[in-house]
Design a protein around this ligand. Structure first.
Ligand code: MN
Length: 349
């Protein structure tokens, strides 16, 4: 699929210049830390540096996109000027102010970011397959991980072990810094894992994911380690579980992100727990771990078939415990299909 054409035909410009790594990866299917993609009605060229030149040439051989080595940004601009481009599209929110200052003296600038945001939100079969694999690997790793959790293990050690397992099972990387939170640390939704040791009789919250072919998975489970949880933990867990399952059942194509969010939020409200649900219900997942659409009380974007996002209600009691249950899901034929098969009912280890 030629994503350069797909984006270029949506923007009103003579040329398009894309430097941001995620947008570049979307255009080319090739991942690199430096480079620019130039596109116009006739051609697309990936300008990269000698570190990536060979890899890019091999990866893009016979593709719709040419590869050239650029010494620096200046030589890319010289090339664009030589093509007599007047209106140039750039992703305005994703360029540096210094780049903007320079570019706007040379060209009339048009924003390409809205076209990227819309196109990247609807996944192709190939993208869905990569995410499906990233989810399957994360789940296989998690099941081994749960079996190997031991008293005395620190959060950092556990996080490192889970990341190792994901790579061992075929992931190229983690999607983001793995969150492992033991005991009361779970009440911080994005706790930074530290040297807290695992003890019997505490919750374990794990938020993690991995990448396959540049695409992310995202998943959270909260399990109980050692002994039995008390009645309060059990009832809050069931409330989060119900909110998750109801959202999954009721979210439909055509709904706004905020309507989707409200399904889970209203469900928690019935148990007076909505005030402890301190973040959004979900976010789009793709090349980036957080992308459009947003399933939050402010989410105005309409959910459509082909979108991949998270469903992750959570309840957090400061200083006590937190519970979050998250799946990565796909909207297909109007309905939610989960990529995840891992048990969502409370697991007691
Ligand atoms: Mn998430």
């Amino acid at each position: 699929m030629d994503n350069t054409k797909k984006i270029f035909r949506e923007i009103k410009a003579d040329g398009m210049l894309t430097g941001a790594a995620d947008l570049r990866a979307y255009l080319t299917g090739f991942q690199s830390s430096f480079g620019f993609v130039y596109t116009d009605a006739q051609e697309s060229i990936l300008f990269t540096d000698p570190r990536y030149a060979e890899g890019a040439k091999n990866a893009l051989k016979g593709e719709y996109i040419g590869v050239a080595v650029a010494k620096n940004e200046e030589s890319v601009l010289e090339y664009i000027k030589s093509k007599k481009v007047k209106k140039l599209a750039v992703p305005l929110n994703r360029i540096l102010w210094s780049e903007y200052a320079r570019l706007h003296k040379l060209f009339k600038l048009v924003d390409s970011l809205p076209a990227f945001t819309d196109a990247m939100a609807i996944k192709s079969e190939q993208e869905i397959e990569a995410i499906r694999q990233a989810c399957a690997i994360a789940e296989s790793a998690f099941s081994v991980f749960l079996g190997d959790l031991k008293e005395g293990m620190t959060e950092n050690e556990a996080a490192g072990y889970l990341e190792y397992l994901m790579r061992k099972f075929g992931a190229q990387d983690r999607s983001f810094e793995t969150i492992v939170a033991f005991g009361k640390n779970s009440s911080v939704p994005h706790h930074a894992s530290d040297d807290t040791p695992l003890c019997k009789g505490m919750p374990v919250l794990v938020d993690f994911g991995c990448k396959v072919s540049g695409y992310c998975s995202d998943m959270t489970r909260t399990v109980w380690f050692g002994g039995k949880p008390d009645a309060e933990f059990n009832s809050v867990y069931n409330a989060v579980y119900d909110a998750h399952m109801l959202a999954k059942e009721k979210i439909a194509s055509g709904m706004k992100g905020k309507e989707a969010d409200a399904i889970a939020r209203n469900c928690l409200q019935k148990q007076n727990l909505d005030k402890f649900f301190t973040h959004s219900l979900g976010h789009g997942i793709g090349i980036n771990i957080h992308e459009y659409p947003t399933l939050s009380p402010n989410g105005e974007g309409v959910l459509k078939d082909g979108m991949v996002f998270s469903i992750e209600p959570g309840v957090y009691f400061e200083g006590k415990f937190g519970i979050r249950i998250e799946d990565s899901v796909l909207l297909q034929d109007g309905r939610v299909e989960s990529f995840m098969k891992t048990e969502k009912k409370l697991t007691v280890l």
